[in-house]
Design a protein around this ligand. Structure first.
Ligand code: PLP
Ligand code: TYF
Length: 398
């Protein structure tokens, strides 16, 4: 039966880690995958999370099934983190949140929902975007198109190009937007630009789908949610959010995400939620308990929440320091043209390195970056900064 099954290529980003692991050079550096590492090169276990984990272990509660749409404390805390506790949309019962298998599961469940509601819609994603966006929406059967986003000459957003492309989309097109810390470029919209984008979405009757996988990694929890806050007050009645705690709680493997849907009325919201539950029932029945219990435990305690915010703040500040440090060391090594790295936000930077230069970094220095030139700044450390800067300066000269 399987004789004609084709072998498909693996994920290029996750494949880099395999190549990195197999590399015997002690100086090797993995700037490929989007994971935050601490100064010791480890994925941190946050204190606030450890505290809840110890409590849970001591309690040793029975492991029943969660409701299909997840743990109520988790979904409530998630809504509040995205919209702010005081949001009138929450009070109006127009916001339904579902626990999902990571942010990826939220994207997929959201895509399945939209396929049911808007079966003939096209989805527009930024050029470039996280490759899984195309994969997920394509798998559900949507036609996926690009809108202009990155300007390789300024290393920032081509905002005029973006607005022009959004204006060309047919009414009812789903527009996927990265709320902050754009993956893969690190180029984000300003608050003023968000206002203009939202105005175009409203005018043209486009359907916003927000992906927020890095809340708190650029400016702060509230600031990084500005796109959601502005949408909430824009008068646009319906939109969707896929969110993830993988990075902000350093809980990658626990698969903690959420799908949040805003509907025009509370009644509509209940109908939408019933559809989401049906989608999940036919996929994996119900989500898992542990990661959600950790997040809900932290967010449900004023003391632990404060500790988490402080720890998230330290991760964010460390990324800022690494960006500044890399820019400085590159300038010292004779490559001042990389100053833009300090302007970019979040874990990633589109470095502008070509595929050939990325190949040289790997072959000659054991430094692994994505072929598009994306580097994960959060995988640098004060220990490898000099080495990486020297190597990047060398390959960018050649
Ligand atoms: N969306 C973006 C833009 C991402 O970079 C990621 C990366 O991990 C995700 C969604 C998915 O996150 P998760 O690991 O929680 O599935
Ligand atoms: O872009 C990244 O590196 C992260 C992690 O199939 C990731 O978002 C990468 C590829 C993938 C799943 C997660």
């Amino acid at each position: 039966f399987f004789a004609n099954v084709e072998l498909v290529p693996g994920d290029p980003i996750l494949g880099l880690t395999e190549a990195y692991n197999a590399d015997p050079r002690p100086t090797k550096v993995n700037l490929g995958v989007g994971i935050y590492y601490d100064e010791a090169g480890r994925i941190p276990v946050l204190d606030a999370v450890r505290e809840v984990e110890q409590r849970l272990a001591a309690e040793a509660k029975p492991r029943g099934y969660l409701p299909i749409d997840g743990m109520p404390d988790y979904t409530k805390a998630t809504r509040e983190l995205l919209f702010g506790v005081e949001s009138p949309l929450l009070a109006a019962g127009r916001v339904a949140t579902t626990q999902t298998i990571g942010g990826s599961g939220a994207l997929r469940t959201g895509a399945d929902l939209l396929k049911k509601v808007l079966p003939h819609a096209t989805i527009a994603i930024s050029n470039p975007s996280w490759e899984n966006h195309r994969a997920v929406f394509g798998a559900v059967g949507f036609e996926v198109v690009d809108y202009t986003y990155f300007d390789a000459t300024t290393h920032g957003v081509d905002f005029a190009g973006m607005l022009a492309d959004l204006r060309k989309l047919a009414a009812g097109t789903v527009v996927l937007l990265h709320a902050c810390c754009h993956n893969p470029t690190g180029a984000d919209l300003t608050v003023g630009q968000w206002r203009q984008v939202i105005e175009v979405l409203r005018e043209r009757d486009l359907f916003p789908f927000i992906d927020i996988a890095y809340q708190g990694f650029d400016q702060g929890i509230e600031q990084d949610a500005v796109a959601i806050r502005l949408l909430a007050e824009s008068g646009i009645a319906t939109f969707v959010i896929a969110s993830s705690y993988s990075k902000s709680f350093s809980l990658y493997g626990e698969r903690v995400g959420a799908l949040t849907v805003v509907s025009a009325t509370a009644e509509e919201s209940r109908a939408v939620q019933s559809q989401i539950k049906r989608i999940i029932r036919a996929n994996y029945s119900s989500p898992s308990t542990h990661g959600a219990a950790l997040v809900a435990g932290v967010l449900g305690s004023a003391e632990l929440r404060a500790r988490w915010e402080a720890e998230l703040g330290q991760m964010r500040e460390r990324i800022h320091a690494l960006r500044a440090g890399l820019v400085q060391k590159l300038a010292d090594a004779g490559a001042p043209e990389f100053a833009f790295i300090s302007e970019q936000a979040g874990m990633f930077s589109y470095s502008g390195l070509s595929r050939a230069q990325v190949d040289r970094l790997r072959d000659e220095f054991g430094i692994y970056a994505v072929g598009t030139g994306r580097i994960c700044v959060a995988a640098l450390s004060l220990k490898n900064l000099d080495y990486v800067a020297e190597a990047v300066a060398i390959v960018s000269r050649g």
